[in-house]
Design a protein around this ligand. Structure first.
Ligand SMILES: [Zn+2]
Ligand SMILES: [Zn+2]
Ligand SMILES: [Zn+2]
Length: 639
């Protein structure tokens, strides 16, 4: 039963001196905001040597950092009555002692949270120990590091704020660890006056010994072995002990850039550091500090972070969920190309998803790209780029339009590589293969390739374009589809090629390929083509025609499309893949376009179907020597 005899604010108790129940020491009452009302009333006992908040409060109030517990968790010899006893075992004994001297008011067990080891779940004891620190502020390391952060390109850009805030708010860097093995901290302490030896030559000598014998010699030999005739600069003693602590492993990895310089002569700052987004706290962080200390600048020019690999629902991979997909499995089932496509095609700035379906989809994409190349190499089978190449000015508007798109693609992809946007690389090229090549250019090309005579200029012009496309796409895809592109290169007829495509460089396309004028009309033309294809589809459904080559089309155009169509007039039949087309700027057809304001009438084509080119023509049957083919084909066949 509790009687409240009065209430006071904690503030009033501040500065009071309390007497220890059985030791000859006094304690002072402090105030702190980590003591909360919901845990009861009274004073909270702190021990600056045994907890971070306690330590910080002690530091602020000049309280000695007293830590009378040894490495085994036992009270040391400074502790009266309980010296040598495990701190948890001592609890009972301390209560007994308090009772014995009549200082105990009461004791009971309460349940509360207590820090424990994440691994073995045993309770943890915090102990303040002497450590080695790199000061963040004594030599303005923090200021320099923050300045350097803004000279680095962070990809994605939020990485900058992340590391900036960490550096801005971090405490001094504790670089020592107490482990039985690691990279030793090279330091000697005078046993007589406790002064540390700070001598560059001495440390340099130790480094040389390490180079010869390995760093383990530090743990095998006594201090005298390294220190030789050296005398303490302060007291003249030759009595030294060596430091037994090792370096924080983040220090080891944090100086990797420096090692690459001394070992392989790779200069720093390096172009790129890349790792998961947890490394703003780890490797990126320690590397930045280590480099700022030693070289007064960041060790890298850019830093890239990526998300983690998760399954198709965004869950972490784990054996218990059964959703683990190992890279090795993908490689053995689909090949390394597919794995690389997956890596390159996902946006790594987010977590990266993988699943059987995602992989299957990429296998399809890969096949489409591969088939496109296969087809193009077929187109080029009788093309000699030295003899048959047609100069740009002689190309048709359609050829130029595709080259313009290739030009833009090449620029976009190279820029994407430079910005590490690999998903843009594969998606853009895949898109180009599907949309611009398979369903437009290569489709239209068939007539030219297989009907015209081998050396026909129009045919050679198309081959010239396909030559440029094949070369450019193969080079651009090499970093991702290395094996496939190397195989393409092997079958690609180009002069002065290297032994492997992996030895080639990207090649910029000539500026003349850029043609915005033609892109504008080409775009409109493709819209007309799409409308027309729908009209043909409609005619097919109504059984007027089968293949589009069965059709004769009357295309009614508004005035504003006159320029567009006139530019492509000579190749319009091929572009639309028809047997006959008539263009009118007056009147209306029965089928209305959806994307453009064209209209269309579709009839059966005039004449008979040519056996060779499949185009209907009234000239089929004219010549009794070649009764089944059209005039165009007759000219080719009879040379
Ligand atoms: Zn443990
Ligand atoms: Zn000394
Ligand atoms: Zn023909």
């Amino acid at each position: 039963k509790i009687n409240i005899v009065g209430e006071i604010k904690g503030e009033i108790l501040k500065g009071l001196i309390c007497e220890h129940p059985f030791e000859d020491v006094n304690s002072i009452v402090l105030t702190a905001d980590f003591v909360t009302l919901d845990t009861g009333t009274g004073c909270v006992h702190i021990a600056p040597g045994h907890g971070q908040e306690d330590y910080e409060l002690g530091l602020k109030n000049n309280i000695e950092v007293y830590a009378p517990v040894d490495q085994e968790g036992r009270f040391n010899k400074n502790v009266k009555f309980f010296s040598g006893m495990n701190v948890f075992d001592a609890n009972e004994e301390i209560i007994k002692k308090l009772k014995e001297i009549g200082k105990l008011i009461g004791s009971q067990s309460i349940t509360h949270s207590y820090p424990h080891c994440w691994r073995c779940k045993e309770p943890i004891i915090f102990r303040a120990e002497e450590q080695w620190f790199v000061s963040m502020d004594k030599t303005s390391l923090r200021k320099l590091a923050l300045e350097e952060i803004d000279k680095v390109k962070w990809i994605p850009s939020w990485g900058r704020d992340r590391i900036y805030n960490m550096i801005e708010g971090r405490p001094d860097w504790c670089i020592s660890r107490q482990r039985s093995w690691g990279v030793p901290i090279i330091a000697f302490k005078c046993k007589d006056c406790n002064e540390y030896v700070l001598d560059v030559n001495l440390i340099e000598n130790v480094a040389k010994t390490f180079e010869k014998n390995g760093a383990d010699i530090w743990f095998e030999k006594p201090a005298e072995f390294f220190i030789g005739d050296y005398k303490c600069q302060k007291c003249g003693s030759k009595n030294f002990e060596k430091e037994e602590d090792i370096l924080d492993v983040w220090f080891d990895s944090g100086v990797s850039f420096s090692y690459l310089k001394s070992r392989y002569n790779y200069d720093h700052p390096v172009d790129l550091y890349l790792e998961g987004s947890d490394q703003h706290r780890g490797w990126f962080h320690s590397s930045l500090l280590a480099s700022c200390v030693s070289y007064k600048r960041a060790p890298y020019k850019s830093v890239l972070t990526h998300g983690f690999v998760v399954d198709s629902e965004g869950r972490k991979m784990s054996k218990s969920l059964g959703n683990v997909i190992s890279p090795q499995d993908i490689i053995s089932k689909y090949g390394a190309e597919i794995l690389r496509i997956w890596v390159a095609s996902e946006d790594y700035r987010e977590d990266i998803r993988i699943s059987q379906e995602i992989i299957e989809r990429l296998v399809d994409s890969y096949r489409r790209v591969r088939n496109t190349f296969k087809y193009m190499l077929g187109v080029l089978s009788d093309f000699d780029s030295e003899k048959d190449y047609i100069s740009y000015n002689e190309l048709s508007p359609l050829d130029k339009a595709i080259l313009n798109r290739l030009y833009k693609l090449e620029k976009k992809v190279r820029k994407a590589y430079q910005n590490y946007e690999f998903h843009t690389v594969f998606h853009s090229i895949h898109n180009f293969c599907i949309k611009d090549l398979s369903s437009i250019y290569l489709d239209i090309l068939k007539d030219r390739m297989y009907v015209l005579s081998v050396n026909d200029k129009k045919r050679r012009a198309s081959q010239t374009v396909v030559f440029e496309i094949t070369k450019t796409l193969a080079l651009l895809l090499t970093p991702i589809l290395s094996f496939t592109c190397d195989e393409i290169w092997e079958h690609f007829n180009i002069k002065q090629k290297k032994e492997s495509i992996l030895l080639e460089n990207f090649q910029e396309l000539p500026n003349i390929f850029e043609n915005e004028e033609i892109e504008k009309t080409f775009n409109s033309l493709l819209l007309i083509r799409e409308d027309l294809q729908k009209a043909l589809e409609d005619a097919r459904r109504r059984k007027i025609i089968g293949h589009s080559l069965d059709a004769k089309v009357i295309l009614y155009l508004p005035e504003n499309l006159r320029d567009v169509i006139s530019q492509y007039f000579e190749e319009i039949r091929e572009i639309f893949i028809l047997s006959q087309i008539e263009i009118r700027f007056e009147g209306k057809g029965y089928y209305k376009g959806e994307l453009t304001n064209i209209s269309v009438d579709i009839y059966n084509a005039d004449g008979k179907k040519c056996e060779r080119c499949w185009v209907y023509d009234t000239t089929v049957g004219e010549d009794s020597n070649h009764p089944t083919i059209c005039k165009r084909c007759r000219d080719v066949v009879s040379g």
